[in-house]
Write a protein that binds this ligand. Structure first.
Ligand code: GLN
Length: 277
């Protein structure tokens, strides 16, 4: 038999992850781990703990093991096959919530999210703007499944998810939007190999790869979006830190007005938006 302390001390370099995984396996809080460290655990828990920790050492993201990640104050359910929500993306979400409240009084508008992943963007907007109807589209099955689990978890009824390739997901629905937003794949294919191991080896490549220069989705979505945006509607993107100028240029070329960049907490370009003329 082995004790909680013995398991915890086996992985000194990953002590934080170790404690979080023990909490999950034993269904207890952190203080329990430190208070009752001499308690013995079953062989089943021990084996699972070692299996998870060996994966952590290889760079497997802990969020896929814990199956959750906080974003905008909401505890999202997560699994392998969707991008782990990033704090940087809260910049886009906070801007959109503020925009909905100021410009539309928080009410009666339709918003589209392209590439939903766990549903982090769509569901945060739906949660904080209860009188807004949110639509989310994704080409893959896993994001649709995970986002629907989160929709249930947060008890939201003002969100609808559809599967399909970009705007094709909306075929036959006859929808137009006041706001279209997206955190599309934006890493240049060549640069994926330079990303952190956790990202490049374990997060879905389809959610990262933006083609040769990383800008494919901005080109495709911006051009198509005009058919689906109301006049004066807002198009807003998360971007890579070095894409502010190139994405702004795409919007300007497609005829968008008021094109602007928002910076993240590190002072790096993180969001580009513009309005349809
Ligand atoms: N922000 C992510 C990263 O740095 C990339 C997400 C994306 O391509 N949309 O890995």
């Amino acid at each position: 038999m082995v004790t909680i302390d013995e398991l915890r001390r086996k992985y000194r370099d990953f002590s934080l992850e170790g404690v979080l995984i023990l909490c999950k396996l034993l269904n207890v809080d952190k203080s329990y781990i430190y208070t009752y460290g001499e308690k013995q655990v079953s062989k089943e828990i021990k084996d699972k703990f070692i299996y998870f920790m060996e994966n952590i050492i290889k760079g497997y993201p802990i969020q896929y093991i814990l199956k959750e990640r906080e974003f905008m104050g909401l505890e999202f359910y997560l699994e392998d096959g969707v991008l782990v929500p990033r704090p940087d993306t809260e910049i886009l979400v906070e801007y959109v919530i503020d925009y909905i409240n100021k410009r539309y009084n928080g009410k009666n508008i339709d918003v589209l999210d392209i590439g939903i992943g766990s549903g982090a963007i769509s569901l945060s907007i739906a949660n904080y703007c209860k009188d807004v109807e949110v639509y989310g589209i994704d080409i893959e099955d896993v994001p649709i499944k995970v986002a629907n689990i989160n929709k249930e978890k947060f008890n939201l009824t003002n969100v609808n998810f559809f599967k399909g390739d970009l705007f094709k997901a909306l075929d036959g629905l006859d929808l137009k939007f006041h706001i279209i937003m997206s955190n599309p794949p934006y890493i240049a294919s060549e640069k994926i190999k330079d990303l952190d191991i956790k990202v490049k080896n374990f997060e879905p490549r389809i959610a990262l790869d933006g083609g040769m220069d990383g800008l494919n989705f901005y080109r495709w979505i911006t051009a198509e979006s005009k058919k689906y945006l109301m006049d004066n509607g807002l198009l807003i993107y998360e971007i890579g830190f070095d894409q502010g100028k190139s994405v702004s240029d795409i919007l300007i070329k497609e005829g968008f007005s008021n094109v602007s960049i928002l910076k993240d907490l590190q002072g790096l370009d993180r969001v580009v938006y513009g309005t349809k003329r």
